[in-house]
Every structure is written in C-alpha cells, then in structure tokens.
Design a protein around this ligand. Structure first.
Ligand code: NAP
Length: 299
C-alpha cells in the first residue's frame, strides 16, 4: 500500500468501532483498483468536533457512521439527501472540499442486495418483523423507491410499529399496516411474499439457533431476508432454505451499503466480489477467534 501526500482518507466513526468489518471491505476494494485511498476506524465521542475536523481536511473524503452516531451527525452536515432525511439518520458522509453531504446507504444497499438476488420488489407485499432502526431504513427504501405494494410491520411492541407506519405513510403510496409480532404472525406470513427479519433474534452469541418464525409458517413462495449477519445463516434462513425459499443473507446488506459508499467516495464501480470475499474472510476470522461482531453494528 502506498501512502503519500496525495492519499485520501476514509473512516468509520462509532463507539465502539473495534468490531467494524468496514476497513476490511473498503481497503480490499481500494487495493484491488489501485486507488490511493486508505480506510481506518475512529472511536469517537465528540461528534461535532469530529465533523469539524473532517470539514477542515479536504483529503478526508468519506465517512461511514455507525452506532451511536447516526442521528447525532445530522446537525453538523451542510446537506442531507431526501431518503436519509425521511429515515432520520445518516450512515455516510461525503466531503466535497469542505462541504459535508449526508446519505443513508443501508436501505438502498438492501435494494441492491434484492436486485442481485434477482428479486423485484415492485408490486410485492413485504412483511417486516421488528420495527427498530434497521427496519426503518430498509422499509423507507422499499416503500419509497422499491415500489412495494404493501408494507406490514409486526413488532412485540405494536405502538413502535404504529409510529414507524405513520412516518412511512407520509411519504409513500404503498399500503402500510401494523400488528403484533406474536398474535398476527401466522396470518401475516400467509398474506405476504417477502419476509424481512429485523430483530436480533438468531444473532451470535446468545440468540444463535433461535427464530421468531415457526418453520410451519414458511412456504416455498416466500422470499426471505434476515438482517442478522452473524452467524451468516441464521436458524430462520436455514429453515427457509429447507422449505425451498429464496434466501438473502444479512451479510449482503452489510456488503451492498458499503459498495454504495465506495462508489460515492471514489466515483468508480466497486469491485463487489473482492469486497464480498473480504467481508466473508473478516467474519470467518472473527468466528474462528470466537470474537463476536458488535450486535447493532451496521457498517
Ligand atoms: P434496534 O433498533 O434495537 O431494533 C431491534 C428491533 O427488534 C426492535 O423492534 C426490537 O423491539 C426488536 N426486538 C429485539 N429483541 C426482540 C425479541 N426478543 N423479540 C421480539 N422483538 C425483538 O436494532 P437495529 O439496529 O434495528 O438492528 C436489528 C438487527 O439488524 C440486529 O440484529 C442487527 O445486527 C441487524 N442489522 C444488520 C445490518 C446489516 O447490514 N446486515 C444493519 C443494521 C442492523 P423493541 O423496540 O420492543 O425493543
């Protein structure tokens, strides 16, 4: 790797960031394309000071923002893209010579993961399990830009699903419905085509092997996406695979949100295969060291 006076910097900020998989993906991509960029991880507490520093450093080109700073960065930016405004959080900053632009690639990355899997969202009925931050980002992208016909949100606390539904209704023609994750699950599974699992159920280490969907509710016509990426295949995905469903792994969302960031920062098509291999390598290394990936980490 060449580091010189022309090197451009990209970084993930978060607290903690020690488990971030982003440096592995982005540095592998920079190296593959011979780009004079480097990507590092910064543990940040003072978000305002951090963004002032970025603004003052024109060669600090791009930032990934992870938990807990995705909302806190927003007041410090010069412009925020419409989708990120609707979602209410930013995971990507682009530094245009001191002007800081905020974007959210979590939802659009997920749209790309579906596209790569050959699954069209247009006119489809999409069921979300959970109503937290990641579901919010993906539901907005699917409803506003994916052309979904119906978006249904089931949560253990239906009031949270209802609040998200109100926000979604404001900006999309899709039909938005809500319900209780346990009581309404069977009827909702029968009435929807695409199932998005957005709770931490199934996640390493404590919840491995758990699922919130009894296997008998799965049908081969379902397209199933689990946001959990550690383990790479959750119990839910293994059950769906056994039923013959099309399955999309959480790792693909993590990958594609990074792919979109890379393209925004460099203006070049990302080497997706190289980034996927770097992500899988980093995940396998973590798992072999029995070192958990941060539970809510998105980038
Ligand atoms: P979050 O904001 O905390 O939301 C979690 C959601 O799951 C909430 O609706 C929560 O309900 C619900 N939930 C938690 N435990 C539950 C349980 N035992 N039973 C039923 N519902 C439960 O978290 P998030 O940031 O959205 O992340 C959700 C999952 O997505 C995590 O596993 C995270 O690792 C994963 N994720 C993956 C990516 C990716 O790139 N693949 C990106 C972001 C997140 P309450 O509100 O009632 O607590």
């Amino acid at each position: 790797m060449r580091i010189d006076t022309a090197t451009r910097l990209c970084a993930v900020i978060g607290n903690p960031v020690v488990h971030s998989l982003s440096p592995a993906m982005h540095n592998a991509a920079f190296e593959a394309l011979g780009l004079n960029y480097v990507y590092v991880a910064f543990h940040v507490e003072d978000v305002g000071a951090c963004l002032s520093g970025m603004r003052a450093l024109p060669s600090f080109r791009g930032m990934s923002v992870t938990i807990p700073h995705k909302m806190a960065v927003m007041p410090h930016l010069d412009e925020i893209e419409v989708l990120a405004q609707h979602v209410g959080c930013v995971n990507t900053v682009i530094n245009e010579n001191g002007r800081l632009l905020g974007a959210n690639t979590d939802g659009l990355g997920t749209l790309r993961a579906f596209e790569e899997a050959g699954v069209s969202l247009a006119g489809r009925r999409i069921l979300f399990l959970g109503a937290g931050g990641a579901v919010r980002a993906v539901a907005f992208a699917m409803a506003e830009q994916g052309g979904a016909e119906t978006v249904t949100l089931l949560a253990r606390n239906p009031a949270k699903a209802a609040a998200l539904a109100d926000d979604l209704r404001a900006g999309t023609p899709a039909h938005i419905a809500t319900g209780d994750l346990e009581a309404d699950l069977a009827a909702a599974m029968a009435a929807h085509d695409i199932i998005v699992q957005g709770t931490p159920i199934g996640m390493y280490p404590e919840r491995v092997g758990q699922t919130c969907v009894p296997p008998e509710l799965l049908q081969s016509r379902h397209v199933v996406f689990d946001m959990v990426y550690n383990p790479m295949k959750t119990r839910f995905l293994l059950d769906a695979e056994a039923k013959g469903c099309v399955c999309i792994l959480g790792g693909e969302m993590l990958l594609q949100q990074a792919v979109l960031q890379f393209e925004r920062w460099t203006g070049q098509a990302a080497p997706v295969g190289i980034m996927r291999a770097a992500l899988l390598g980093a995940l396998q290394e973590r798992q072999s060291k029995n070192n958990p990936v941060g539970g809510k980490e998105a980038s």
